[in-house]
Write a protein that binds this ligand. Structure first.
Ligand code: HSE
Length: 349
């Protein structure tokens, strides 16, 4: 079955998903009866193209690579120049892939994109943390009221299913606590410091390897992990907590001596996000914590992420994997779209 798709934003993650559509085309059709047809791509820097019958995405990607501008792509009947809101409102897309460059402090423009899509009866998949951390209740109720799908698996741990796995596979458990290493940059810095590197040298290496943001404040101050903790609380603990109400301390003050002293006592520092439910009250924090070296979370090193769910029936379950990366994050959108397709198939059968 055809799913008409509009990309809002077309940076590395969007392009990775477009390439997955091309590479996986036959499998997606055969295994999931999913036939994604990209009808629009709108990017504030790269231009905007729309064709109701679908674009040739191999050519779109080639043109973009060669010229840097989507509007150099040609096809009879093509519309160009629509902004993001016009594309969401006026295209015939069923599914909006929202991957814009969004300010996580305000959640914009991604929040407006999600809201406009839902108001126009369109489903959304996104990797932007802002809408889920800051406007979850409003957007989730609007999507429900309109009977459309909202997927955001990639907002926490990219393509590692930190959100859907507990909801689907661990269904029936009461999750009393979630703790996780949710930021790759800081975990990389801490494990490099365990090898004797200074904080500054480790940070520079993390930047060179592409883990850290160009301005790594959000990573090292713990803000990135704090947004993810808010998402986990909203989605898995059914308790909205405003990101700014979550206690947050990053790793900026950590020294090699602190890390070495911990190792001498058979312990390791890890930046942990912790969401705890006690007598129905949910609290969250992000801070460096000293773990015994045999704690499963202490064994997670480098840029890898991990999350541990304390479940009442199955006991502790830990999930570990990538927390960033273009293909991994592009894949998280594909998981959401396959889930959308499966739900759609169920409601139609
Ligand atoms: N800079 C983030 C990290 C990317 O280091 O984990 C994923 O949000």
């Amino acid at each position: 079955m055809t799913t008409k798709i509009a990309f809002i934003g077309f940076g590395g993650v969007g392009q990775a998903l477009a390439k997955l559509f091309i590479q996986q085309q036959e499998d997606l059709k055969k295994k999931y009866d999913l036939d994604p047809v990209v009808v629009a791509v709108s990017d504030v820097m790269k231009g905007s193209i729309y064709h109701p019958d679908g674009l040739n995405m191999e050519q779109v990607l080639d043109v973009l690579e060669e010229t840097g501008n989507l509007e150099n792509y040609s096809q009879e009947g093509l519309t160009t120049g629509w902004n993001s809101i016009e594309t969401i409102k006026h295209s015939n897309a069923d599914m909006i892939v929202e991957v814009t460059f969004t300010d996580v402090k305000t959640g914009q423009p991604a929040i407006d994109h999600c809201r406009t899509a839902f108001e126009n009866n369109k489903s959304v998949v996104t990797t932007n943390k802002g809408p889920v951390a800051l406007a979850y209740n409003e957007l989730a109720s609007l999507a429900k009221e309109k009977g459309v799908f909202w997927g955001f698996e990639g907002t926490v741990m990219s393509g590692t299913p930190a959100l859907r796995m507990p909801v689907t596979t661990l269904a029936g458990n009461d999750i009393k606590e979630i703790k996780g290493i949710l930021n790759g940059t800081t975990n990389y810095i801490l494990t490099e410091m365990e090898k004797g590197q200074t904080y500054q040298a480790a940070l520079e290496k993390a930047q060179a390897l592409g883990y850290a943001e160009a301005d790594p404040t959000s990573d090292v101050e713990g803000y990135d992990a704090r947004y993810k903790a808010a998402i986990l609380s909203n989605y898995l603990m059914d308790t909205p907590i405003a990101a700014e109400d979550i206690y947050c301390k990053g790793i900026r003050d950590m020294t090699v001596d602190m890390v070495k002293d911990a190792l001498a006592e058979n312990k390791k520092w890890r930046l942990l996000a912790r969401i705890t439910k006690t007598n129905g009250i949910v609290e969250a924090s992000v801070k460096p914590e000293l773990l015994d070296a045999d704690d499963p979370l202490a064994g997670v090193s480098g840029a890898t992420n991990a999350i541990l769910y304390e479940c009442d029936m199955s006991g502790p379950i830990m999930l570990t994997g990538a927390g960033a990366g273009l293909i991994e994050t592009g894949y998280s959108l594909l998981i959401d779209i396959i889930t959308f397709r499966r739900q759609h198939a169920l409601t139609k059968s």
